[in-house]
Design a protein around this ligand. Structure first.
Ligand SMILES: Nc1ncnc2c1ncn2[C@@H]1O[C@H](COP(=O)(O)OP(=O)(O)OP(=O)(O)O)[C@@H](O)[C@H]1O
Ligand SMILES: [Mg+2]
Length: 256
């Protein structure tokens, strides 16, 4: 089982869209997927999907329900996956303490019924975000052409390196207008990391700016279901295939 967390530092970079779409894409590749909405104060993966029921993340943290009794199944057939979130708009999990976050990480690390646990980290670089990032097997750092997203992504990478001593997130460019802009954004972040952290993050790929994305978000439907041939959907499937191919050998056997 592989735990993949999705963060960015800055808000509004597309983390939730990417997390939800990757959940579909990994399921399509045959993986058993759990999507955990760790945007604790403002959970909105369920909103993206137009769901009334989003599971009971609080019960897992409190230890009052096992994971299997706290998730809801989303979709059907080959693109179905499980979701674990707090009810949208409830604010039930605002201001979680570190102990609670560590407990959640432990519960997710034991979720051997899945091949992939995706975690939507929510914005920011606070202690809770960095705790989860440091414990994940891999972290996708979403960065957009917005200069503030680059500085926030750099801060994220720096904190993660500090906490783990050796691990950097993989850079995933989102909302680039074309391939040249996508490369420029990735290179700018890699350049800062090389100059100041003496380490170069790997690339997880790039997702273009695509008007179909806001269309799908407004209609509270999954991009991959609604517009499977859109450039953003095709790019997200490619990211999933790349990460799927890199799964640790033990993960394929369901061992961790
Ligand atoms: N590739 C894209 N092309 C066009 N629009 C996009 C793309 N990716 C995301 N968006 C738009 O950006 C907005 C923010 O996306 P999303 O909610 O996924 O970001 P987020 O990083 O999860 O935000 P937050 O930090 O608030 O949790 C959405 O309205 C979505 O439509
Ligand atoms: Mg979000």
């Amino acid at each position: 089982m592989t735990i993949t967390a999705i963060g960015s530092g800055k808000g509004g970079t597309g983390k939730t869209l990417i997390a939800v779409s990757l959940a579909h894409a990994f399921a399509h590749l045959g993986e058993r997927v759990l999507l955990c909405d760790a945007d604790f104060g403002l959970a909105n993966a369920g909103v993206h999907l137009g769901l009334a029921e989003t599971g009971d993340l609080k019960a897992v943290i409190d230890g009052t329900k096992p994971l299997g009794a706290a998730t809801v199944h989303v979709g059907s057939g080959r693109t179905g996956f499980d979701l674990l979130a707090a009810p949208s708009g409830s604010g039930a999990l605002a201001n979680l303490n570190t102990d609670s976050v560590e407990k959640l990480c432990t519960a997710l690390e034991h979720a051997s019924q899945y091949d992939r646990v995706l975690i939507d980290l929510g914005a920011g670089i606070d202690a809770n975000v960095m705790t989860i990032a440091a414990r994940a097997d891999e972290v996708l750092l979403v960065v957009t052409p917005d200069p503030a997203s680059l500085t926030d992504a750099y801060a994220f990478a720096k904190l993660m390196l500090r906490r783990t001593t050796s691990r950097l997130p993989q850079v995933l460019v989102n909302m680039a207008m074309n391939a040249t802009e996508g490369r420029r954004v990735a290179e700018a972040l890699a350049g800062s990391a090389q100059a100041f952290l003496r380490a170069t993050p790997e690339s997880a790929g790039a997702i273009p700016f695509d008007p179909r994305v806001s269309d799908a978000v407004r209609r509270q439907s999954s991009l991959l279901t609604l517009f499977p041939q859109s450039p953003a959907a095709i790019a997200i499937e490619a990211v999933a295939r790349k990460l799927h191919g890199h799964a640790a050998p033990l993960a394929a056997a369901g061992l961790r």
